[in-house]
Design a protein around this ligand. Structure first.
Ligand SMILES: *Cc1c(COP(=O)(O)O)cnc(C)c1O
Length: 241
C-alpha cells in the first residue's frame, strides 16, 4: 500500500535538499500534487497533511473530485491539454491553467471569460524537448505567443510550464529546464505589459532536483507521492485521446 504521508515527507525532504544545493529558500518552490487517477480520499489525505496545491489533467476528473474536495482548503491548477469544448467548465473549477498551448485556446478562453467578468491565471506551456508527442508552444514562437496572449485582458500570464524530456541522461533533461529559464529571462527583458514571469513550473517525480537547480518555482509530483498510475501517461498526453 502506498503511504502518502511518508512519501510526502520524502518529497519535501528532496525539495529541501535540492534548494539547499542550489542556494535557494525552500519556500521558493511550491509542490503541486499531480492527482490524475488519484481518488478524492487519497487527495484528502495529502491535503490534511498540509499540502494545498493539486493539478488535474482531465475535465472529467476535475469535475468529479471538485465536489468531494471543496470542504478542504486547496487550489487546483489544470495541467493537461485543454480541448476548447471543455473550457466552460474548466474555468469554473480551476484557479490556474498551466497548459496554455495555442492561440485558438487563448482566444476561446477569453471569449468565455469576458462575459462572465472573470480572469484566469495561465502559464504558457512550452515544448522544450522537441518531441511531437508533447504539447506546448515552440520555444522560438514563445515571445510572439506571449504578446498575443497579453493582448487578452482576461488572461493573466504568470510564467511558463514545461514537461521535460523523459531520459536517464540528466544532461538532456537539464537542457529542457534551462531552455525554459532562458526563455523566462528573455520574456522578462521584453517587458510586455500585463505579463508576469515569476513562475517556472517544471520538474516531476524523477527530475525535480534538476528542475529546482534550474529555477523551478512549482514542481509537479504524482507517482512519488501516490504510487504508480493505472494508465500510461500517453493516455493523458496524446491528442488522440
Ligand atoms: C502526471 C503529470 C505530472 C507528474 O508526473 P509524475 O512522474 O507522476 O510525478 C506532472 N506534470 C504533468 C503535466 C502530468 O501530467
Amino acid at each position: 500500500m502506498t503511504n502518502i504521508i511518508s512519501n510526502l515527507a520524502i518529497i519535501r525532504n528532496r525539495i529541501e535538499q535540492a534548494c539547499q544545493r542550489a542556494g535557494r529558500e525552500t519556500s521558493s518552490v511550491r509542490l503541486l500534487l499531480a492527482t490524475k487517477t488519484v481518488s478524492a480520499d487519497n487527495i484528502v489525505v495529502a491535503l490534511q497533511a498540509g499540502e494545498n496545491l493539486i493539478g488535474e489533467n482531465k475535465l472529467q476528473e476535475l469535475e468529479e473530485k471538485y465536489e468531494l474536495l471543496k470542504h478542504v482548503q486547496h487550489s487546483t491548477h489544470f495541467i493537461g491539454h485543454l480541448q476548447t469544448n471543455k473550457i466552460k467548465k474548466v474555468i469554473r473549477y480551476a484557479d490556474c491553467i498551466q497548459s496554455l498551448d495555442s492561440v485558438d485556446l487563448a482566444l476561446k478562453l477569453h471569449k468565455q471569460l469576458l462575459p462572465e467578468n472573470k480572469t484566469m491565471k495561465v502559464l504558457v506551456q512550452v515544448n522544450t524537448s522537441g518531441e511531437i508527442s508533447k504539447f506546448g508552444i515552440d520555444p522560438g514562437d514563445a515571445i510572439a505567443f506571449v504578446r498575443q496572449v497579453a493582448a487578452l485582458p482576461t488572461l493573466k500570464i504568470k510564467g511558463l510550464m514545461t514537461i521535460g524530456l523523459f531520459s536517464a541522461e540528466t544532461g538532456k533533461v537539464r537542457t529542457c529546464f534551462r531552455m525554459l529559464r532562458d526563455l523566462q529571462q528573455k520574456l522578462i527583458a521584453e517587458k510586455i505589459e500585463g505579463v508576469e514571469m515569476n513562475e517556472l513550473s517544471m520538474g516531476m517525480s524523477n527530475d525535480l532536483e534538476i528542475a529546482i537547480e534550474e529555477g523551478a518555482t512549482i514542481v509537479r509530483v504524482g507517482t512519488a507521492v501516490f504510487g504508480k498510475r493505472i494508465y500510461a501517461d500517453s493516455y493523458y498526453w496524446n491528442e488522440s485521446r
